[in-house]
Design a protein around this ligand. Structure first.
Ligand code: FAD
Ligand code: UDP
Length: 401
């Protein structure tokens, strides 16, 4: 990886300009440089690579995820194989508990064990029987679907799960009445009629053995790829055209004929001309404690109390064994574009999809300009989905090259 000290005025000399060093930007930049032998400028407004997957040692030597806990999991063999070129993996399967009160913790996704803890063995067995009869064994049922039941026993269970797992957590996370949320959001964590207490069931799960930042360093170590850190694309990128159709990207005011891949927030890039797209942000509170372990698993969700949503203890993810441990509390808030604030989550929903569509149409009118990734495509993507999208776009662009 070559960190460029050239001024941004040199950018027009590159075959491609990629904006953002998260998984979207980093993978497409590498592919264009390696496969299509393009000279690629990779531009990042922050002072580090990796986007929201960035990790670093804190002052106590604990490897922490600076923008919230990131657990890699995928069913996509191509994605797993691709990333395995740049990292070895630490075997890790994520488990999450919801804290109902000081002494009561239940597995999330809510499963057979959660039922027994909440309802006792005997009533639990009845409810599990009912669920199996209605939906089948080893099945996942989104809470929204479960709540539509006509069966009074299942309805009692659904109300319990909604009240104790979803209502408060979702209200905190999304800042809205959870009843108004798009059901795709809570469907990510369905009720699971199973003893499997893993958060994910994907065949490939793990953590990059040396951390995400090391993975990104290896990914970006490629001839033809130059990195510009601390540079906001809005300072050089413009568009020429006639209002609703822009046609041509400009770099420092001059027409640019190369490829541009943008992975940031599209409403911000286009000056909010169709209005703001909403995002949720997070305030992260780190605390280092003088003990080896603070909690029994990596993440404990606070589903009925507190203003924060969850506490993550990083040593469970990384396997570090130190005399101290660092934990992180996540406090959700609206993204208002304040300096230093990060857009963490897009907000799925019909109205937002419609507004995004206007931005996407505008972007499509610009020659050789592509939107890629969680923010730019306004999709609640996990890391693996972003890598998959980047590889698909790379296939397309390399074929044309
Ligand atoms: P990002 O990582 O957001 O990267 C975008 C980059 O573009 C940023 O570095 C940004 O600074 C840069 N940028 C934006 N605008 C500009 C500009 N104008 N000029 C220059 N640079 C710009 N996924 C999982 O698979 N597993 C998990 O456990 C998981 N946990 C998560 C936990 C949290 C709290 C969050 C917020 C997300 C989590 N994700 C997880 C999702 C994961 O973070 C995303 O899928 C992934 O980071 C998306 O990559 P990206 O490249 O699209 O975007
Ligand atoms: N959710 C919840 N309670 C939980 C876990 C999840 O209400 O204990 C809901 C909440 O709305 C959350 C969504 O399910 O935003 C998706 O959860 P996930 O763990 O996938 O969120 P992420 O890890 O992306 O923050």
């Amino acid at each position: 990886m070559h960190i460029s000290t050239e001024s941004e005025s040199e950018l027009r000399g590159y075959d491609a300009i990629v904006i953002g060093t998260g998984f979207a930007g980093s993978v497409i930049a590498r592919e264009l440089a390696e496969r299509a032998r393009m000279r690629v400028a990779l531009v990042e407004s922050r002072d580090h690579i990796g986007g929201n997957s960035y990790d670093a040692l804190d002052e106590h030597g604990v490897l922490v995820h600076m923008y919230g806990p990131h657990i890699f999991h995928t069913a996509n063999e191509r994605v797993f194989g691709y990333l395995s070129r740049f990292t070895e993996w630490r075997a890790y399967e994520h488990r999450v508990l919801a804290r109902l009160d000081e002494g009561t913790f239940i597995p999330v996704p809510f499963n057979k064990t959660s039922i027994e803890i909440s309802f006792g063995k005997e009533r639990g067995a009845e409810l599990i029987g009912k669920l199996i009869e209605a939906y089948g064994d080893e099945r996942k049922v989104p809470i929204a679907q479960l709540r539509q039941t006509d069966d009074p026993d299942i309805a009692e269970l659904a109300d319990f799960v909604y009240d104790n797992v979803f209502r408060h957590y979702s209200a905190k996370q999304w800042g809205t009445d959870p009843a108004t949320l798009d059901t795709s959001i809570t469907s990510r964590v369905p009720v699971f009629i199973s003893r499997d207490d893993r958060y994910f069931q994907d065949p490939f799960q793990g953590m990059p053995a040396q951390g995400y930042t090391r993975l990104f360093e290896s990914l970006l170590d490629c001839e033809g790829l130059d990195l510009f850190l601390g540079l906001d694309a809005r300072s050089f990128l413009g568009f020429a055209g006639d209002g609703e159709r822009l046609r041509q990207a400009t770099v420092n005011g001059e027409p640019y004929g190369g490829i541009i891949v943008f992975t940031g927030s599209v409403d911000e890039l286009f000056g909010f001309r169709f209005g703001r797209l909403p995002y949720r942000s997070l305030d992260f509170e780190f605390e280092t404690l003088p003990m080896k372990r603070f909690q029994p698993c990596a993440t404990v969700n606070y589903t009925v109390s507190e203003d924060f949503t969850r506490i993550t203890e990083f040593s469970h993810l990384t396997g570090q064994e130190l005399e101290v441990t660092t934990i992180m509390r996540e406090y959700p808030c609206a993204y208002e574009g304040k300096p230093g604030q990060i857009p963490c989550y897009v907000v799925p929903g019909e109205e937002n999809a419609r507004r995004y569509g206007q931005y996407a149409e505008l972007a499509a009118s610009i020659s050789r300009f592509h939107l890629l990734g969680r923010l730019a495509e306004y999709r609640y993507y996990n890391m693996d989905a972003v890598v998959a999208r980047a590889l698909e776009l790379a296939d397309e662009l390399c074929e044309q090259a």
